[in-house]
Design a protein around this ligand. Structure first.
Ligand SMILES: O=C(O)CCC(=O)C(=O)O
Ligand SMILES: [Fe+2]
Length: 322
């Protein structure tokens, strides 16, 4: 049984962030961010921007030899904007950048993207454990509908207010498992690190699911139309609902951003390090470029998936082919 009072939650917004509405970020969005951890900004991308985006992804998928599922859909593609920079067009829209600048207390930097052709059916999770930000509020997921989302196509769901729940770090998780704590505390040799990261990761998820059950978290599936943008807090639980009708597509893109001076850590660093020690580690540092005024982290690779198996590919092998 998880103690409902649990380990302490993180601060949700920067210290002096106001709740006063401005022309660029309305007050109802600021309040919803703090209360629910999730906002929807309607009609951010135009029909023609969506068409352009979908065409780039569709054309690129033709170059790939990845298998399609029985309904003709490809799996997710990660970081495709590194190969096709025009896929950052929507990510640089002023409504998104203005909101994130308020939420982070500084300019946002794009560090990741995922292109989806169908629902992900991902169980509830919190993105921050995969890309741990310091400070904890300085990261967010921005999900753009590239078509109207049918309720049977595996829509996005979120658990309102879960960003305020007690938040487990790896030290909290191993504290309740003496054997795991023993392995976690002694510096594991390099061959064992992968296993240890998975074991702590599984234990983290186990505790999180127990907490969700105990708190009776409610899954909300908002109605989202083509061009709408939803933004979730780094600490908010969300996922993809069941694809009731697997013949339906659910084209969307997720962009992940962090704050310009925030530090970003990996899943392994999060799972191997105690809450108060993470900020002393070496964060992920990559060269940065700029697209339509938006800063982005440059990576030399992108990833395709086939039946959920990741295949890492070099950007340079594909530049000029698209
Ligand atoms: O699109 C979805 O169903 C969930 C995506 C997601 O959780 C993410 O990209 O962080
Ligand atoms: Fe996510």
């Amino acid at each position: 049984m998880v103690n409902l009072s649990g380990p302490k939650p993180h601060q949700l917004v920067p210290e002096h962030s106001d709740r006063i509405g401005s022309n660029s970020v309305p007050i109802h969005l600021k309040n919803q961010w703090i209360e629910e951890g999730f906002v929807c900004i309607p009609s951010v991308a135009s029909r023609s921007e969506i068409e352009d985006h979908n065409k780039i992804v569709t054309d690129f998928r033709r170059l790939l030899d990845d298998c399609l599922d029985p309904y003709g859909f490809g799996d997710r593609i990660g970081q495709l904007h590194q190969v096709c920079p025009d896929l950052m067009n929507i990510s640089a829209k002023s409504e998104i950048v203005a909101f994130l600048s308020w939420a982070f207390g500084e300019d946002p930097v794009l560090f990741g993207s995922l292109q989806f052709e169908k629902g992900t059916e991902q169980s509830p999770h919190i993105d921050a454990i995969f890309f741990w930000p310091e400070p904890a509020y300085a990261m967010a997921g921005v999900w753009v509908a590239l078509e109207d989302v049918d309720p049977e196509a595996g829509p996005l769901f979120y658990i309102p207010g879960s960003h305020k729940w007690p938040f487990f770090h790896s030290d909290d998780v191993v504290d309740r498992r003496p054997d795991l704590k023993e392995r976690w505390s002694s510096s594991a040799n390099i061959d064992e690190v992968g296993d240890l990261v998975s074991a702590v990761g599984n234990a983290w998820t186990e505790d999180f699911i127990a907490m969700e059950r105990e708190r009776g978290g409610q899954r909300i599936t908002p109605k989202i139309r083509a061009g709408d943008v939803v933004i979730w807090h780094s600490l908010l639980a969300h996922g993809g609902a069941t694809r009731i009708n697997p013949t339906l597509s659910r084209r969307s893109v997720v962009y992940h951003y962090f704050g310009k001076t925030a530090k970003l850590y990996t899943f392994s660093q999060f799972m191997l390090t105690a809450r108060d020690d993470i900020k002393n580690l070496q964060p992920t540092v990559m060269p940065r470029g700029s697209y339509n005024g938006l800063e982005f982290m440059q990576f030399p690779q992108f990833a395709t998936y086939s039946d959920g198996i990741e295949r890492v590919r070099l950007v340079e092998d594909f530049t000029g082919k698209v």
